[in-house]
Structures are given as C-alpha cells and as structure tokens.
Write a protein that binds this ligand. Structure first.
Ligand SMILES: [Zn+2]
Ligand SMILES: [Zn+2]
Length: 119
C-alpha cells in the first residue's frame, strides 16, 4: 500500500511538522491545509507553495514486521524496509534459516502480509 509523507522542513519551514502515512495525496493536502492555517497563518496555500509541497511529498513509506505478530517466538523483526518486496525477500531468508521453511506457505504469507506495518 502506497503511503504519502511530507515534512515542512523540506520546503524550508522550521516548525518541525510532518505527516506520515497518509493514504492519498488528497488526504495529505487536506491535513496540510489545516496545519497551514493553524501554524503558518495561511488561510489558503498559495499556488507556488502548493507546487513546492507537491514536489516534496515522499511516496512509499517504511515497512516493518515482527515474527511475534504471527505467533512466532523467535524475536525476529524487520524495521523500516524500503518496500514490501524487500521485506518479504529478507523474511524468506529468515524463514529458511530460522524456521526451516524452504518456501513460506501461502496462508502464512497472507498472515504475514496482513501484519506488515507501513509507516
Ligand atoms: Zn509547518
Ligand atoms: Zn521468525
């Protein structure tokens, strides 16, 4: 699932504000309008600032998973992989070496996917 992140810092604002994990660009911009009004006294975001904001929206997010979420007590966790694909590739190695699974069964894989956290 794609996530949208934005930090005011990236457009030269020092307020420290950031949005992480918005589901769509529209959602992020709606939230940002409230912040702009409350913290930057902007009743509307000027078009040039809006363009700057859009160029600095980061898509993607970080993917995390811990075996504990699917009832495994091995203590293994992956924090902040850059994509679900990266996370699943790393997890395949862990499954092989620590859980003696040469392939992850489809139902386990589905359980894993439903527990992956995107930030
Ligand atoms: Zn701000
Ligand atoms: Zn494990």
């Amino acid at each position: 699932m794609m996530k949208y992140n934005f930090r005011c810092e990236d457009i030269g604002m020092s307020c420290g504000y950031e949005i992480r994990g918005a589901s769509t660009e529209e959602e992020l911009l709606e939230e940002l309008k409230i912040h702009a009004k409350m913290s930057h006294n902007l009743n509307s975001i000027p078009p040039d600032v809006l363009e700057k904001i859009k160029r600095n929206i980061k898509k993607g997010g970080k993917y995390s998973f811990s075996c504990a979420d699917v009832g495994m007590k091995c203590g293994f966790e992956i924090i902040n992989a850059d994509s679900e694909e990266e996370l699943l590739n790393e997890l395949a190695i862990h499954a092989k070496l620590s859980h003696n699974m040469t392939t992850i069964p489809q139902d386990t894989l589905n359980a894993i996917k439903s527990k992956i956290k995107v930030m």
